[in-house]
Design a protein around this ligand. Structure first.
Ligand code: AMP
Length: 325
């Protein structure tokens, strides 16, 4: 392990050791990488330092319950807490810490840096997932790594790299996976049921998306999912984002945008994926952001949906002309 990384890990363990109250948070609308990294690190710190009070906070998601439980805690009662922020680069998208007065921040994240800067900060947007980073941390320090923690971390890495298909999957990702499996001997094949099992209704809904996506001459795909389609296929609003990664490797698509209207919050939820143009800078103009090739946005006005769609289509056009010159 190179010295810089060793120093960083020493600092991370030191700041964890310095606090007896620790709150671990991640982004709103969490995915398995966000929740698994949070629960795995909480369980590891608790197993390593049994006297510490460690809480994983934020809204739970029923279908990710298998990763473990989140904590309900009166945050106003914590007077000397370390806040650990995982898998989120900006304060506006941290879930569940409104009532917390923290003393310091430890940040570990694989998104491009935004406004959160940790007192100890490990931000690396070349990593496949936050779980890959937590795995490395646990493998290379005295923080406990047991079977359940290893299973959660494995799921987080597989989910966020989309089964090692996406851009940030690296030699290092495979090295970390090798070391994780070697150290813990988890039965990783048995974990895929939880991650990938779906109802036939959901599968039919995926076919609906395939049948209804509009593809421009520039290779840009767009679908605004009607709420009646959700009713017809008996699926929740989250089914839309569940399927956005299924559209990788379609020859005619280099970038695609899914939209669904969230009636409860009166907002359009947008998922964007690309294997051509960089999309996070475009998404950030529309109350969004994320990774270079995988972004999201929350848009109030339908007119902005149209503008975002046009911007992305233009980015595809420019990408094509750059490739052909
Ligand atoms: P999603 O399409 O929801 O899976 O999100 C893809 C990536 O974009 C993830 O890294 C999210 O954290 C990020 N993201 C999603 N929505 C937003 C938003 N409104 N603002 C900033 N980043 C977002």
């Amino acid at each position: 392990m190179i010295t810089i990384k060793r120093d960083l890990f020493r600092k991370i363990v030191k700041i964890i050791k310095s606090y007896d109250e620790i709150v671990i948070a991640r982004h709103i609308g969490p995915d398995p990488d966000a929740i698994a990294s949070q629960i795995a690190l909480r369980d590891s710190i608790k197993a390593t330092f049994p006297h510490k009070k460690v809480y994983a906070v934020g809204a739970g998601v029923h279908k990710f319950k298998y990763l473990g439980n989140l904590d309900k805690v009166e945050l106003t009662e914590l007077k000397n807490a370390l806040l650990i922020v995982l898998d989120v680069p900006n304060f506006a998208r941290i879930d569940g810490i409104e009532d917390l007065e923290y003393q310091a921040i430890l940040k570990i994240d694989h998104h491009p840096a935004e406004d959160i800067i940790g007192n100890v900060d490990w931000t690396d947007d070349t990593k496949s997932s936050t779980c890959e980073m937590i795995t490395e941390l646990l493998l290379d320090t005295k923080l406990v790594l047991d079977t359940k923690i290893a299973e959660d971390l494995y799921i987080g890495i597989v989910f966020d790299s989309d089964r090692f298909l996406l851009q940030n999957t690296s030699l290092e990702t495979f090295n970390i996976i090798y070391r994780l499996l070697n150290a813990t001997h988890i039965n990783f094949v048995s974990l895929y049921d939880n991650l990938y099992e779906r109802s036939i209704a959901e599968e039919k809904f995926r076919a609906y998306l395939t049948n209804n996506i509009e593809i421009s001459k520039n290779g840009f795909g767009f679908i605004n999912v009607d709420n009646t389609a959700l009713e017809k296929y008996h699926v929740e609003i989250t089914a839309v984002s569940n399927h956005v990664n299924d559209f990788y490797f379609i020859k005619e698509l280099i970038c695609w945008m899914f939209v669904v209207y969230d009636e409860k919050n009166a907002i359009f939820k947008v998922n964007i994926r690309s294997r051509g143009p960089i999309v996070n800078e475009i998404a950030s103009k529309y109350n969004g952001g994320g990774h270079k090739y995988a972004s999201g946005a929350r848009v109030k006005d339908l007119k902005d949906i149209t503008k975002l769609r046009e911007d992305l289509d233009r980015a595809c056009e420019n990408y094509y002309s750059e490739q052909n010159n």
